[in-house]
Ligand binder design. Structure first.
Ligand code: SAM
Length: 269
């Protein structure tokens, strides 16, 4: 069955881009350079895949929908070297794809699993040069949110600790088939150099950030009861009466680092 007659699957978050102007803007943002190792998540019917392939001649794609694999292979003939990985991206070891050098990840992501995909990518940052993703607009707002805003939360902190987050542009539902119910946006993520990310123990940071934002309206004293004693917060110049949304990303890192150095018995109230 050719790609043009593929029936989209809601369960796989299939909203295919149909607006060539949007495709052009995404390509301009990626700006592939000779030698780049491009990897696309979820090629779908190839809206981004084929323009990228024609321009760059070489591309790896990861697609979960079995019905798309053979049609994509056939449509790629004569356009360049398309490596097709038929898999759930969450099960793909991105480091194994990197091989010759860091990868540039791109994709109009399935919105239903966009956060797990982002966290999966965070687990492979050493092999990623940058990422250009289309996501639900609200998710992009949360990713790039600053302290004090209502969008600022776990996703903002965990991404901004490790990456520079740059929201690029908004895309309306009319750019897709079928149109999603929400606006979308394209974002660029650039991993920070390893020496800039001073997190001593990533698991501790994850635990603190999760607890702090689990109930946003709670003060840090209450939200972090059992995780960080008020005296430790005060010692870092953090008022236990604040809510998590007031803490800057670097404050979460300072707090997690202090906890990572504190013996477990002392860190629990
Ligand atoms: N890139 C195409 C475009 O822009 O038109 C399709 C984008 S569509 C929003 C998301 C794509 O991700 C679909 O092709 C879907 O089958 C694929 N997908 C969904 N879940 C996936 C998973 N777990 N692993 C890999 N691909 C997945």
């Amino acid at each position: 069955m050719p790609l043009s007659t593929h029936r989209t699957k809601k369960a796989l978050g299939q909203h295919f881009l149909t607006d060539p102007a949007v495709v052009g803007r995404i390509l301009a943002a990626i700006d592939p350079q000779p030698g780049d190792r491009l990897v696309e998540i979820g090629p779908g019917a190839g809206a981004l895949t084929f323009p990228l392939l024609e321009r760059h001649r070489r591309l790896t794609v990861i697609e979960f929908d079995r019905d798309l694999i053979q049609p994509l292979r056939e449509a790629a003939r004569g356009r360049g070297e398309l490596e097709l990985v038929h898999a759930d991206v969450l099960a793909v070891d991105l480091a194994a794809l990197a091989g010759e050098g860091p990868i540039r990840l791109v994709g109009n992501l399935p919105y239903n699993i966009s956060s797990p995909i982002l966290f999966h990518a965070l687990g492979h940052l050493r092999v990623i040069r940058d990422m250009h993703f289309m996501l639900q607009k609200e998710v992009v707002q949360r990713m790039g949110a600053a302290p004090g805003s209502k969008e600022y939360g776990r996703l903002s902190v965990m991404l901004q600790v490790h990456c520079h987050v740059e929201p690029l542009f908004v895309v309306p539902p009319s750019a897709f088939r079928p149109p999603p119910r929400v606006d979308s946006a394209v974002v660029r993520l650039v991993p920070r150099p390893v020496h800039e990310v001073a997190v001593r123990n990533p698991a501790v940071l994850e635990r603190v950030v999760k607890a702090a934002f689990a109930q946003r309206r709670k003060t840090l004293r209450n939200a972090l009861a059992g995780t960080a004693p008020p005296a430790l917060l005060e010692g870092l110049g953090i008022d236990p009466g604040w809510r998590a949304e007031r803490l800057a990303v670097r404050d979460f890192v300072r707090l997690a680092n202090a906890l990572a150095e504190t013996p477990p018995a002392a860190s629990v109230q």
